[in-house]
Design a protein around this ligand. Structure first.
Ligand SMILES: [Zn+2]
Length: 313
């Protein structure tokens, strides 16, 4: 049995037991249920407004994590883009200039536009984001492909230039210590034997009989024989349009078809053919035309001597 409640009676100045009637009890119960129901509705609405449901909370957290990952990914793409730009810039503004190669066309560098993928299962907003990243990655991929091809092209050119540097006539064929005189008359001169004006197509390096003669650049011995006014002569084919000729030799140290390197001993100074005294008649031909050998002696000659040699005789 429920404990009775007490109420203060002012007339009797005492607490007296108080009992609710059945109707009062019913009203109280209805009020309680009503208030409880109301509170539940308010609580449900508040909860729904603030949190909706747990799934959504989880999705929200997941989205935040994805957003953070997304920002990291975009940073990485941006960094890669910057690094690639530096490599492209070095390629165009340094390597290609040094090797005398044309810059790559901007249109070739940019390549395709990318971002053509379709994503039917994703919302428009996500498709836009993903397409953007795919587009950026696609452009990077195209630029990398172009740069890889460009570097391969540069490497090839380096090899060609390297080969050109070692084959190009760039050394005096007689050691300066053995040289008595250097006659630099190239072009029209009064011939010392014929006493008439004739073109002199080479350089005369006067040295004692038997002085070693060296190849001025890498090449193939195309001729090594007695040949008319040249006397004993060696022709070296250097490739890239260059040929050198070494005339009036006393003796050969190479034979036709042999491959020689710059500085290799190929023969000895003599006076065979149309010659008055031991000397080396040295010629350089470029694309089947005689050129002045003096301009190819730079590596063995001091700047002051070189300038003097270039003066008209
Ligand atoms: Zn000569």
């Amino acid at each position: 049995m429920a404990k009775p409640k007490y109420i203060y009676n002012a007339e009797t100045c005492a607490y007296e037991p108080f009992f609710l009637t059945g109707k009062q009890r019913l009203n109280k119960s209805i009020r309680f249920v009503g208030i409880a129901f109301g509170c539940s509705i308010i609580a449900a609405l508040w909860f729904n407004f603030n949190f909706k449901n747990w799934d959504e909370i989880k999705k929200k957290k997941k989205n935040q994590a994805l957003k953070a990952e997304w920002e990291i990914l975009e940073d990485k793409i941006h960094n890669t883009d910057s690094q690639l730009s530096i490599i492209e810039s070095n390629d165009d503004d340094s390597y290609r200039i040094l090797l005398d190669m044309p810059r790559l066309d901007e249109a070739v560098r940019k390549g395709g536009t990318g971002g053509s993928e379709k994503f039917p299962l994703l919302s428009n907003e996500r498709v836009t984001l993903i397409e953007k990243v795919y587009g950026q990655l696609s452009k990077l991929k195209n630029r990398l492909t172009v740069e890889r091809q460009s570097i391969a092209e540069i490497n090839k050119e380096v090899n060609v230039k390297e080969e050109m540097m070692v084959t190009r006539p760039a050394m005096q064929p007689i050691d300066n210590r053995n040289l008595t005189t250097l006659h630099t008359i190239f072009g029209l001169r009064l011939h010392p034997i014929h006493h008439e004006w004739k073109n002199h197509n080479g350089l005369d390096l006067v040295a004692p009989y038997g002085t070693p003669v060296y190849a001025s650049g890498n090449g193939n011995v195309s001729v090594a024989k007695m040949m008319g006014t040249y006397g004993n002569v060696i022709f070296l084919n250097h490739g890239f349009g260059f040929e050198t000729r070494y005339a009036h030799l006393s003796k050969f140290n190479v034979s036709e078809g042999q491959r020689v390197k710059r500085g290799e001993l190929i023969g000895f100074v003599g006076s065979t053919g149309l010659s008055e005294a031991p000397h080396l008649h040295y010629e350089i031909r470029y694309k089947d035309k005689f050129v002045n050998p003096v301009t190819f002696l730079y590596t063995d000659t001091k700047q002051s001597e070189y300038n003097k040699l270039l003066q008209p005789n």
